[in-house]
Write a protein that binds this ligand. Structure first.
Ligand code: ADP
Length: 423
């Protein structure tokens, strides 16, 4: 069918997160890895294109996003959604602002909203300030992110240097008054020349109001949660029918590898928990990898029983990450780890791994690319924003889950495995 919403995500875990939340409605969701090199065929109501543009040079991120937009437009989409992280991961140069502005220019629209809130995962926005749980963003562990350290919590201040146009805010007091008040506020801001509007949200009910008020805009931007109400709203508008039919999954056998390149506080806790449970584990050190390559880890992997779901991780605390970055440089440290985990993914698959659990947004992009995965079907949800997906790699059916750094609870790695056992 003609897509009702064409979605572009700036990283892979973000794309599966978005696709998973849209699929909760029962709508058909198709997720493509990168811009397909073939013209659109067999499109779903919700098309999601996963890019790896979050930390790419800004001009590359814009070019890739516009290519994705062109594909979605060719498929017939007339409404678009740009998905980024619920912690607004970006630098003073972008890429959230410049990419959104480029999309607005191309679509020919003069206003969009920015709503990264994801209340179910503890991300809320109040008076333009983003909170992670009870902490302001800049006091949360995101202040130490290896690639996009977030040192300010105020989204208006964060977005302003990233865009040419003016930034405005629709605050929670307005949102609490309902969709009409939000729409009126957006119109007022448009007349005042404010093209880029941050919208507060602290609960799912706020997201419902904001989605209802802004669904007429040709471009919406935000985290995955603001897209969650859209399928039901489109159904109420008569644009699609939702049928929560029983989706069947073919579950690949339980030979598993867990690959973790995220250094978030939650992933650190997840790795510690999994090791404490006695899982076989190998720690990657970027400085050792730079010196000696991947021989040691691949030899270790070769000896593992994949039935025990061994873990290979570079996950480390902020001090160790900083030390590696001082020695190697930020980009090189990241790339060495991503390359090593990609090599492990291929080796594990070739040894028979049919379930792959990946932690980290950039890491997921690298691993997915290495496995040559081009499309994913969305399966059962492990945690809010983290579904299992099913795909093929080198002709093999693989179950793959891509976990964004801060998502899931401490037992995520073992819980993910039990979700497939119980599906
Ligand atoms: P998250 O989803 O938590 O942001 P990402 O995978 O997107 O995780 O980003 C983590 C980045 O940190 C990756 O580029 C990864 O290669 C890099 N990295 C992982 N471990 C280390 C380490 N020990 N030292 C330096 N950089 C690391």
């Amino acid at each position: 069918m003609t897509p009702i919403l064409g979605c572009i995500a700036d990283d892979f875990t973000g794309a599966t997160d978005l696709a998973g939340l849209l699929a909760r409605s029962g709508a058909k969701v198709s997720l493509r890895i990168g811009v397909p090199d073939h013209p659109p065929t067999d499109t779903a109501a919700f098309e999601v294109i996963a890019l790896k543009s979050r930390t790419a040079p800004c001009a590359d991120a814009i070019a890739e996003t516009l290519a994705a937009y062109a594909w979605l437009q060719k498929a017939g989409a007339r409404r678009f959604f740009f998905k980024y992280c619920s912690t607004f991961d970006s630098t003073a140069d972008g890429n959230i602002g410049p990419v959104s502005e480029a999309l607005m220019d191309r679509i020919g629209t003069d206003q969009t909203i920015y709503c990264p809130a994801f209340p179910e995962n503890g991300r809320s926005i109040f008076m333009g300030n983003l909170f992670v749980g009870e902490q302001p963003l800049a006091e949360s562990p995101m202040k130490d992110h290896p690639l996009t350290p977030m040192r300010d919590s105020n989204l208006v201040r964060l977005l302003d240097p990233q865009v040419r146009g003016d930034v405005g805010l629709v605050n929670r007091l307005t949102v609490a008054k309902g969709p009409q008040a939000v729409r009126t506020a957006l119109d007022g801001l448009r007349k005042a020349g404010k093209s880029h509007v941050i919208v507060d949200a602290v609960a799912d009910s706020d997201l419902n109001i904001i989605a209802e008020a802004s669904r007429h805009l040709p471009l919406l931007t935000g985290g995955s949660a603001i897209a969650m109400p859209l399928p039901a709203l489109y159904a109420a508008d008569g644009l699609l029918e939702l049928s929560k039919g029983a989706v069947r999954y073919e579950i690949p056998k339980a030979t598993t590898v867990v690959l973790s390149g995220s250094c978030s506080a939650m992933t650190n806790a997840q790795v510690a928990n999994y090791c404490k449970q006695g899982a076989p584990a190998f720690r990657l050190d970027p400085i050792d990898l730079a010196k000696d390559g991947t021989t040691a880890v691949l030899a270790w992997l070769h000896q593992q029983d994949l039935g025990l779901a061994p873990l290979i991780y570079a996950t480390a605390d902020p001090a160790s990450v900083a030390a590696a970055q001082r020695t190697l440089g930020m980009a090189k440290a990241g790339a060495i780890i991503e390359d090593a985990l990609s090599a492990c993914a291929i080796a594990a698959r070739d040894r028979g791994a049919r379930r792959v659990i990946v932690a980290g947004g950039e890491t997921s992009g690298a691993v997915t690319k290495a496995l040559g995965v081009s499309a994913l079907n969305i399966g059962p949800e492990i945690a809010p924003g983290v579904p299992w997906t099913f795909c093929t790699s080198a002709g093999q059916n693989i179950a793959l889950t891509l976990k964004s750094g801060n998502f899931g609870t401490e037992t995520f790695f073992s819980h993910a495995q039990s979700v497939l056992e119980n599906t």
